[in-house]
Design a binder for this molecule. Structure first.
Ligand code: ATP
Ligand code: MG
Length: 565
């Protein structure tokens, strides 16, 4: 079930303005074609979601199309596990690339032919400097580079070596193909960048067909042009690569020349959005998997219960700019709450149970209380029957011995309301040999059915509870932020792993739920009263059902208290 959070048209931003101007001016015959170009070397994260929303939404607004293209030029790091998950995630986010699923690997022949043409036009040459020499010749930001001694290698020689590189005659690293641009350019990317290297590696798509692979910069612009992309939207780190993007397209024989436009990456506090770091968290077992609900991955957020509408709403709210921006995780959580709240049924769950025996409730009897699923009069989610009987569970934290007067929950001699049920008073506390409280003996007032006293007497506390005889046994996983500092990867001297939050997962393996949750379904979210929003976990290996906390509550209990007086 999905609720559209924001029906508003997304706010204008500089990219939308530029594209609108292009369309109005009739550029590209008024067409808009964008693409989302992930490298399949990891799962998608919230940063990618920003790029996906931008590319697909903007194409949609102008009746254009958006391609999904795998920029798969790095055989060692890529895998079909990733291409599969990426497609699933983009679809789940609500976007459709139609027939436009592409792979840079499908262009390897074309890319090779263009490279041969560049050599023939004396715009590329085979270089055999070692990586160390290459670095030395490249120069620095302040000093220009030096021409490679191989720069003027005869065209025929370069062509011959390139052909033999492709045929597999040489070891990795012996030769590279470089574009012949300008070793004194202030932009290091233009100092004769490598466009092909030898890699004897199996590719997840082309197998062992190739042992030379084109570089990202060379591949990306040509792939865009081959697909007729009009606007190539990417993140700011590619700004300095734009001259190279344009150089390649200006120096090969191709009709299309997409416009590259850069915007700032999304950085979210209390988390990391780098596939390399996320991969490290998985590989080194700091989290269970890429879709661990603590991960900022699309699959992690999905498993945690974040609706796709909330993620889209978040991406629209943060907007698109060229400024570095670090966004608060709280904003994402707000979007999640706003999306979930109207659809989440309110139910009762006890995470850390403490038994309560109602001594004046008749033994062997029980009753059904009709409880609405949502407190808001304007939101009709119906109601359910909640059993009430002599033995109940309440939250351990809702009882305190020798409680201070400000403790508005249960204590010996005090009266509280059980939500939707009755007022109860605690008369006796039972402890085990270790002195721990294991049971409370209470009495209830039958004249307070529904949680209201006919004589108008008030109580300060309202507790949630579950009938012991009917409770479902489940495991509840309460997630918190994965990192304990706002900028875990800010300090280059200290590993981001040092900042992991040791309490990011709290497992309640003896939780009790009201029986209506026996029919809980994946993709439905619930509010466990006073505890937060929860959903059923998708892939659990435990015997009991597992519920994940999607997001904590905010002030909602305060509101209920106020309503009840
Ligand atoms: P990472 O640093 O996580 O490895 P990446 O840029 O290498 O990210 P790609 O798979 O190449 O990952 O990214 C696909 C697209 O998503 C690119 O166009 C990239 O600019 C965009 N993208 C990646 N991270 C972010 C982010 N944090 N915010 C916005 N867009 C992003
Ligand atoms: Mg990348």
């Amino acid at each position: 079930m999905c609720t559209t959070v924001s029906k508003k048209k997304p706010a204008p931003h500089f990219i939308r303005n530029m594209i609108t101007a292009d369309v109005n001016a009739g550029k590209n015959q008024g067409q808009v074609v964008t693409r989302f170009p992930p490298e399949p070397n990891g799962y998608l994260h919230i940063g990618h979601a920003k790029s996906i929303c931008l590319n697909f939404q903007i194409a949609g607004e102008f009746d254009g199309r958006c391609h999904l293209r795998f920029d798969d030029t790095n055989p060692e790091k890529e895998d079909t596990e990733y291409t599969d998950s990426i497609q699933e995630d983009v679809r789940w986010l609500g976007f459709d690339w139609g027939e436009h699923l592409h792979h840079a690997a499908d262009y390897f022949d074309t890319l090779y032919n263009y490279a041969c043409q560049l050599i023939k036009d004396s715009k590329a040459y085979i270089c055999e400097l070692t990586p160390e020499q290459m670095r030395e010749y490249r120069g620095t930001l302040k000093a220009p580079g030096k021409n490679s001694p191989y720069r003027e290698r005869p065209i025929e020689d370069s062509l011959d070596i390139f052909t033999r590189m492709k045929a597999g005659e040489f070891e990795d690293g012996t030769y590279v193909l470089r574009a012949k641009i300008d070793m004194s350019s202030p932009n290091i990317n233009m100092r004769d960048p490598i466009i092909y290297r030898i890699r004897h590696a199996e590719h997840h798509r082309t197998g062992n067909d190739w042992c030379i692979y084109p570089t990202y910069d060379y591949t990306h612009c040509i792939s865009d042009a081959l697909e007729g992309i009009t606007h190539s939207l990417c993140t700011l780190e590619f700004e300095d690569h734009r001259p190279l993007y344009d150089w390649v397209l200006n120096n090969i024989d191709i009709d299309c020349h997409p416009q590259q436009i850069e915007f700032s990456r999304l950085a979210l506090n209390f988390t990391v959005t780098s596939k390399r770091k996320l991969n490290q968290l998985v590989q080194e077992d700091f989290v269970d998997s890429w879709n661990d609900p603590r991960m900022p991955t699309v699959s992690g957020m999905r498993r945690r219960g974040y609706p796709a509408t909330a993620i889209r709403d978040f991406c629209n709210r943060i907007g698109i700019t060229k400024k570095y921006n670090n966004i608060s995780l709280g904003l994402l959580e707000t979007c999640v709450r706003e999306a979930i709240d109207p659809e989440a049924r309110r139910v009762m769950a006890v995470l850390k149970p403490l038994k309560v025996v109602i001594t004046n409730y008749p033994e062997g009897e029980s009753e059904q209380l009709d409880c609405p699923y949502h407190p808001d009069k304007d939101i009709d989610l119906g109601s359910r029957s909640v059993p009430f009987g002599r033995e109940l569970y309440i939250e351990q934290d809702d009882f305190m011995e020798n409680a201070p007067s400000k403790f508005f929950r249960l204590s010996e001699g005090r009266e509280v309301r059980l939500r939707y049920a009755y007022y109860i008073t605690c008369n006796e506390v039972i402890k085990n040999d270790a002195g721990e409280v294991i049971e409370l003996r209470c009495t209830y007032d039958p004249e307070t059915k529904g949680g209201w006293a006919k004589d108008g007497r008030k109580v300060k506390g309202t507790l949630h509870w579950v009938s012991a005889a009917d409770a479902l046994d489940v495991e509840v996983r309460v997630y918190d932020r994965l990192f304990k500092v706002p900028h875990p990867d800010a300090d280059k001297e200290v590993s981001f792993l040092e900042h992991l939050n040791p309490d990011s997962l709290q497992i309640c393996d003896n939780a009790k739920l009201e029986p209506s949750l026996a029919s809980a379904k994946i993709d439905e979210r619930y509010q466990f009263e006073r505890l937060g929003y929860f959903c059923l976990d998708t892939d659990s290996s435990t015997d009991k059902p597992v519920f994940n906390r999607t997001v904590s509550l905010r002030d909602s209990w305060a509101k209920i208290e106020k309503e009840l007086g």
